[in-house]
Design a protein around this ligand. Sequence first.
Ligand code: ZN
Length: 338
Amino acid sequence: MRSSSLVRTLLPSAAVLAGLLVFVSAAMAALGDRTLRQGMSGDDVMQLQRLVTELGYPTPRSGAFTSRTKSDITGYERTTGLTVNGEVDPSEGKTIVRRAQERRDRMNGGSGGGSTRRYHFGERPLYEGRRGGDVMTLQRLVTELGYPTPRYGLFTRRTKRDMLHYERSTGLQVNGVVSLTEQRAIARRAGHGESSRDHVFPIRGPHSYGGSGSRFGAPRSGRRHGGQDLAAASGTPLVAVTNGRVSQVRYQAGAAGYYVVIQGDDRYDYVYMHMRESASAWVSPGQRVRVGQQIGRVGSTGGSTGPHLHFEMWTAHWFDGGHRIDPLAALKRWDAYS
Ligand SMILES: [Zn+2]
C-alpha cells in the first residue's frame, strides 16, 4: 500500500464525520427532540422503549429502533389513540413522556391505598387500561344512553368493544378511544351538561378563599380550624359537591349555626356550616342528592362574623370513624371547572 493511500484510509471522510456527529447527537437526544423511526438508534430510542414498557406495552430495550420496535409501537399507538404509523414524532414522544410521568404520579399517590389523582369526566382521553371515576362516569352515561355496559371503573376489553359499538351506532369516530370531544358529546347527549361532572364547587356564585386565618388548621382559641372558610354574599346558593345522601340537617347555636352533612358516593363526608336558614327548606335527612343540587344558602348563623361557608371534608364518616382532611386542593380543582 502506498503511503498516500494509507493516509487517505486513516483520515475520516466527511461522510464518516457526519455520521459520527449524528451518533453523538443521538446519544444525547431525549425523547421528543426528533422523529424516531425504524433504523435509528440512540438514548432517545432506549428511553422510548423503556417508557412504553413501563406503560404496559413491553418491548425489548436495545436502543435500536428495530422492526420489532416498530410493530410494538404501532400496537401501542393503535390501542392508545395516537397516530398509527410506527413512527414517534416529537409531539408523540412528549405525549409518551407525559403519560409515563402521570402513571408514576399515580403509582406514588396510590401507595397509601386509593388516594390516586382523580380525573373528572372530560379531563383526559379514555381508552383500554384507564381506570378511575371518569371511566365509571363514561360507563354510566353510555348505559343511560341505551348502550348498557358494565360499570367497572376500569376501561376493559369489554368496555372497548361496547364503546366501538356505541361509536359505530351513533356516528362518532370508531376507534374505541373516547377523546375529550367525544366525552363532551356523550355528556351533552346524556343531557347532563355541567352535572355530568363528578364534583362541583359548593358555592354557586362569587366567592373568595380569604387569608391564612380561613385555612384548614389555622389556630383558633384552644383548637385548630377544621375546615376551609369561603366568603360569599348572604343568600348565594350552596350545592351538593357530589352525588350522595343527606345524613344530617341540624342547628348548633353559637357554633356551626345551621349546618348540613352529606355523605358523598365518593366515600367522603361534606359539612356545610353557618347556612342562612335550615337546609330543610331544600332537603331532608336520608334524602339522595345529585351533584350540583341546591341544599341551602350562604349565611352567617352560629359563631360567625360575616356571611361565609365553613366547609369541611371528612373521611367516612362524620364523627363516626372518620376524620377531617384539608379540603383546599379539592375545592380549587372543582372551582377551576365551575
Ligand atoms: Zn370556619
